[in-house]
Design a protein around this ligand. Structure first.
Ligand code: GLN
Length: 485
């Protein structure tokens, strides 16, 4: 049951061969059994989950069920969930109970989904390995000594290990796609503005976007359908009709022009990753796609630009944690300034502090033009490169990450090396484009490799169709990490 697709689960539920309460209990039992090894969850509240499951069963009995009614979903712990702790992986919010639901959470609730728990993550979504969490690192189900990727590492590990049928994540610079790649699951970052950011704890507002994480593209389509939708409370959420993602799955890959960026297949890409990626491209060609070389000449500037823009926005967003309004407050201090200083010194971890300092610096008088404005110019060039590439192709394909998951601790003390690893995901965020990662094989030490599929703006349906066609022809997305069957 814990390996069933969302469609299969919905059928079992609506045929009343399975109740939402039974399903929720089964996943809670798996979490209890397996999560001590993974640390994928920060908060579990069985009573709340089961109350929602009972309500879902009542809806099913009343004949008022949709495709997600009664399905347990784990939420990355930066989506506000009313009455549940929402920590964002930080000591600053370690005891904070959200007074309202994020728009995404509201939409899942309206669909009748059950909140299964809140998943572990890098502090304030800053990281690529899930090692910056105040709640300890998450482990990769494929290799317990390896990182699951980040920052949505808890969601990724939970789905990969079969502790949740699906989860939410957010992707500011790769945090859905890279952990999906490292744990062998499917994850989709929608076009900026497709999913409301209301109630998502803000990291870098011009880059943050919530999206689904699941085992297959077919499941992602069901989830995206629930998550996407206009919300006037997020001023950057677009009022634009969504496509029928589920219906689009049947479109296949025939005739799709796949762009292969010249800059993606260089020495930066480990050979154990390149081989499965190239094989996946061949598989898509067999399904009727064609390939064309494209170029993203400013790709190498994206990581430097991101590490100016994201910290700049973070330094502003994180200014709200002052110990006055909510969150952690130092217990002893001399005066107001001392209270601010001690609260922030205690509440934030090293990575958040590093970003606040970088961000404050690049926005300060005298440096703004040299760094922040320049980074915004680079961002414009990167978006233009993609526009030129999409004149020649329908989708861009390549790796999601330059290597497979690395060992815990391997890059912890070298933040710049970790930053550079985001070279394939970050350009997509800077341009505001949608991107996804789907499993396409295994690299060194038997660790998963993810194929990145990037679409043009609002083209999630086409990306999902290509991914689904690939998954119909291959079985990488059905592989189970040993010890979690
Ligand atoms: N790894 C990137 C960072 O550390 C991206 C994180 C994200 O997408 N939230 O900022």
């Amino acid at each position: 049951m814990h390996r069933a697709s969302l469609g299969e689960l919905a059928r079992e539920l609506s045929a009343k061969r399975l109740s939402a309460v039974e399903l929720t209990r089964a996943f809670l039992a798996r979490i209890e059994r397996h999560d001590p090894r993974l640390n994928a969850f920060i908060t579990i509240d069985a009573e709340k989950s089961l109350a929602q499951a009972r309500a879902a069963d009542a809806r099913i009995a009343a004949g008022d069920a949709g495709p997600l009614t009664g399905i347990p979903i784990a939420h990355k712990d930066l989506f506000c969930t009313r009455g549940w702790r929402t920590t964002c992986g930080s000591r600053m919010l370690a005891d904070w109970i959200a007074p309202y639901d994020a728009h995404v959470v509201e939409r899942f609730a309206a669909a009748g989904a059950v909140i299964l728990g809140k998943t572990n993550m890098d502090e304030f979504a800053m990281g690529s390995s899930n090692e910056t969490s105040h709640f300890g690192p998450v482990r990769n189900p494929w290799a317990l000594d390896a990182v699951p990727g980040g920052s949505s590492g808890g969601s990724a590990a939970a789905v990969a290990a079969g502790l949740a049928p699906a989860a939410t994540g957010t992707d500011t610079g790769g945090s859905i796609r890279q952990p999906a790649s490292f744990t062998g699951i499917s994850g989709l970052r929608p076009t900026y503005g497709r999913v409301s950011r209301y109630g998502m704890v803000a990291f870098a507002s011009s880059l943050d976007q919530g999206g689904p994480m699941a085992r297959s593209a077919a499941d992602l389509a069901v989830l995206l359908d629930a998550m996407a939708g206009f919300d006037p409370r997020d001023s950057t959420c677009m009022e634009r009709a969504k496509d029928d993602y589920v219906a689009a799955l049947g479109r296949g890959a025939k005739g799709l022009r796949l762009g292969l960026p010249r800059e993606y297949f260089t020495a930066d890409l480990a050979s154990d990753v390149a081989a499965p990626i190239l094989a996946a491209i061949e598989a898509l060609k067999k399904l009727g796609a064609t390939t064309v070389e494209v170029s993203l000449p400013n790709q190498h500037l994206s990581v430097p630009a991101y590490y100016v823009i994201a910290p700049a926005e973070a330094s502003s967003n994180l200014a709200r944690y002052d110990g006055v309004r909510y969150g952690h407050r130092a217990s002893e201090y001399a005066d107001l300034d001392d209270m601010y200083a001690k609260t922030r010194a205690q509440g934030f971890g090293a990575e958040a502090k590093r970003r606040i300092m970088i961000g404050t610096y690049v926005l300060s008088h005298g440096y703004y033009d040299a760094y922040y404005r320049q980074a915004q110019r680079v961002r414009r060039h990167i978006a233009r490169d993609f526009a030129e590439a999409f004149a020649k192709c329908d989708l861009i394909v390549g790796p999601a990450a330059p290597s497979v998951a690395y060992d815990l601790g391997a890059k912890k003390d070298d933040p710049v090396q970790m930053y550079l690893d985001d070279l394939y995901t970050i350009p997509i965020n800077l341009a505001g484009l949608p991107g996804m990662s789907i499993p396409c094989g295994f690299g060194a030490k038997g660790r998963p490799v993810g194929l990145q599929i990037v679409g043009n703006y609002w083209d999630e349906a086409r990306m999902l169709a290509a991914a689904h066609a690939y998954q119909q022809a291959t079985d990488w997305h059905t592989r189970v990490p040993p010890g979690f069957d």
